[in-house]
Write a protein that binds this ligand. Structure first.
Ligand code: GLC
Length: 422
């Protein structure tokens, strides 16, 4: 893609982010898509804060501030905040003004990105307690047996609502109607109301999944929690966060890793869900593989045209899975947000060319089909929501390898605990 086209896209991205910004009760946030997703979402707001550091740092800070107002007494941060109720996704979650489920914890990463750009120490101090409390919640209420893996109580908590990773648990075949999938997930919400969102009970009775990306993201964000604590002069808290990161990394190795791939698990015995989706690359993002393992993963799976190396990579589900449906939301299409995770993971391990290819193809998708929610991995056709903000993440695919350098020594596969100075 030419640098002129990329520049034009940059102008459009800035305009989209500004257009989707809202102010409610004195707080600013960005809606992912005005017509389809007109509220605030948890991991979306983290993505917004990250990319807004490229466009409008004050808006990036406000995104985090508005998000943490919704934190609950127990530390949970809901995946949706209804600043103003509208007609769409207007569900009764059993609580006022918010949803009662969460999403992958990207808050520390987002805060650290803003801090790196601005050096705003007071912002770190302002947001850090909410991050600590959220991570505590995930490792307490979502890990009642103390096995160092956080559970999710609904597929939507993974951020990949109808991913085939969850079909078996929802008792659905590899190919089914979207409405049927939605009905099953809403049933879970109703069941969770019955168990009063007591996560341990909900998991035991209804949906008990330890998801790979959720835990990889948690591990990475715990490492960053540690970095933030160090900057704030809280050495003990920092050490605790680093230890927790290692505990999760180890638990993921033991419970999820098999023949080079990590698998999500279900139930008390950690049975593996052998559905090959993009999740197999999420451990790259968190540094949970050795360089050799990462090399094999990239060669055998990422660059395999029968799996993930499509015309516009990467499909969210491997092309050789029976559930692969290239135009069906989380069942195959390419999402730029997912490409962003894969890009960062590839950069972390030095796969510069592959990362550059993913960035280039991501930008090409937006140029071809606009700011759509997801795209056909071979034709590039756009689907789902319009004016979708995640696509702006292509402007955070800019090779900031230094970002994670401090965390390298925390990797489970090279576990030399070095002092962290930043
Ligand atoms: C969809 C996505 C979810 C996202 C939300 C708002 O539900 O699956 O990940 O947070 O839309 O963009």
């Amino acid at each position: 893609m030419s640098s002129d086209s990329l520049e034009a896209l940059r102008t459009d991205a800035a305009a989209l982010l500004a257009r989707n910004r809202r102010v409610s009760r004195g707080f600013r946030y960005t809606v992912p898509s005005p017509r389809t997703y007109p509220y605030q979402w948890l991991w979306d707001s983290c993505f917004h804060a990250i990319v807004l550091t490229e466009f409008d740092v004050d808006a990036a800070k406000d995104e985090l501030r508005s998000l943490i107002t919704a934190q609950q007494e127990n530390g949970m941060i809901p995946h949706m905040v209804y600043w103003e109720r509208g007609d769409v996704i207007n569900f009764d979650w059993g609580v006022e003004g918010i949803s009662s489920i969460t999403q992958p914890p990207m808050l520390a990463y987002a805060l650290w990105t803003v801090y790196q750009k601005t050096g705003d120490h007071s912002l770190l101090a302002e947001i850090y307690p909410a991050i600590q409390k959220f991570h505590d919640y995930l490792l307490r209420d979502r890990d009642p047996r103390g096995n160092n893996l956080a559970g999710i109580i609904n597929p939507d908590e993974s951020g990949e609502d109808n991913s085939p990773r969850f079909d078996y648990l929802l008792d659905l075949p590899p190919v089914h109607e979207w409405g049927e999938n939605m009905r099953r997930r809403l049933e879970l919400v109703a069941q969770n109301k019955v168990c009063n969102f007591d996560a341990a009970k909900c998991m035991r009775n209804f949906f008990w999944v330890k998801d790979v990306p959720f835990n990889a993201i948690l591990a990475e964000n715990l490492g960053i929690e540690g970095l933030i604590a160090e900057v704030l002069g809280e050495r003990d808290a920092a050490q605790r966060a680093y230890d927790r990161r290692k505990d999760i990394a180890r638990a993921m190795r033991v419970r999820m890793y098999e023949d080079g791939l990590y698998w999500s698990t279900y139930g008390p015995e950690y049975e593996r869900i052998k559905v090959k989706t993009w999740h197999i690359f999420s451990p790259l993002f968190a540094g949970l593989l050795s360089p050799e393992e990462a090399g094999r993963l990239v060669e055998n799976h990422l660059k395999n045209p029968d799996e993930f190396w499509s015309v516009y990579p990467i499909p969210t589900v491997a092309k050789d899975e029976p559930s692969y449906q290239p135009a069906e939301m989380w069942r195959g299409p390419t999402w730029i947000g997912i490409n962003w995770f894969v890009y960062q993971g590839l950069m972390r391990y030095g796969f510069i060319e592959e990362a550059a290819h993913i960035k280039d193809r991501s930008a090409a998708l937006i140029e071809l089909s606009g700011f759509r929610e997801y795209f056909h991995p071979d034709t590039g056709e756009g689907h789902g929501a319009e004016d979708f903000t995640w696509n702006t993440l292509v402007f955070d695919m800019n090779g900031r390898v230094e970002f994670t350098r401090n965390l390298e020594n925390l990797s489970i596969v090279t576990p030399a605990p070095a002092p962290l100075t930043k």
